[in-house]
Design a protein around this ligand. Structure first.
Ligand SMILES: [Cu+2]
Length: 118
């Protein structure tokens, strides 16, 4: 009976330490997310492409956006009809990327209002 009690306390202590450790980790992650963006960091914009309805459209949009200087990554989704573009804001901007896609593929591209400034 005595042994049982000691073991229970031991387990409870271990759980308590683990809980403390995970709280510490969460706090650290939160603090990192709060840091201001570095001047050279990239930005992500999700462009709407209402006429993108198949993989063929996606390829054309990826190629067109990828040719824009400063574009780092393009992820298209023909189901949601969006193109998530990662870019270097010192080299290009969402509207320039949108117009490059339209010029190359003929697709109308909508830039979200929040991305138009800056
Ligand atoms: Cu298509």
């Amino acid at each position: 009976m005595k042994k049982m009690k000691v073991r229970t306390i031991g387990v409870a202590a271990a759980v308590f330490v683990m809980a403390l450790a995970s709280t510490g980790l969460l706090t650290t992650t939160y603090a990192q997310n709060q840091q201001p963006q570095k001047p050279n960091s990239t930005r992500l914009v999700t462009l709407k492409v209402p006429d993108m309805d198949c993989a063929g459209c996606e390829v054309g949009i990826k190629i067109a956006a990828g040719k824009v200087n400063g574009v780092k990554d393009v992820k298209t989704n023909s189901e949601t009809r969006t193109a998530a573009v990662t870019f270097d804001p010192s080299k290009t901007n969402p509207e320039a990327i949108a117009s490059a896609i339209t010029k190359s593929t003929g697709f109308k591209v909508e830039v979200p209002k929040t991305a138009k400034k800056g």
